[in-house]
Design a protein around this ligand. Structure first.
Ligand code: SF4
Ligand code: SF4
Length: 91
């Protein structure tokens, strides 16, 4: 069954922290030809805007893929503070 990202995110809810739990040092992104973050993030938190990588931590499902899959290791992934982050409604 194919369901959209928006429909998938409808199965979870978020308590958004004002403190970013993921920080991306984008200073090396211009040297990254692959830009694999545009593909590996299951919730499409990485986007390319005007040639620059943007990361939006809201809507992150805390899978941790970006911590290991970024070829330049510029993603500083941490879990959100207690009481914040994703809540899974099912499963
Ligand atoms: S994969 Fe990593 S280094 Fe490459 S553009 Fe994305 S965040 Fe930047
Ligand atoms: S932890 Fe997973 S969902 Fe969150 S930004 Fe990284 S790859 Fe995307």
């Amino acid at each position: 069954m194919n369901i959209s990202i928006e429909e998938r995110l409808g199965l979870v809810s978020f308590e958004i922290d004002n403190e970013k739990h993921i920080k991306v040092d984008t200073s090396l992104c211009s040297e990254c030809d692959e830009k694999t973050c545009l593909y590996f993030c299951p919730t499409k938190r990485f986007t390319l805007e005007n040639g620059k990588i943007k990361h939006d931590y809201e809507g992150c499902i805390e899978c941790g893929t970006c911590k290991f899959a970024c070829p330049k290791g510029v993603v500083d992934f941490n879990y959100p503070r207690g009481g914040y982050g994703v809540y899974y409604k099912y499963g």
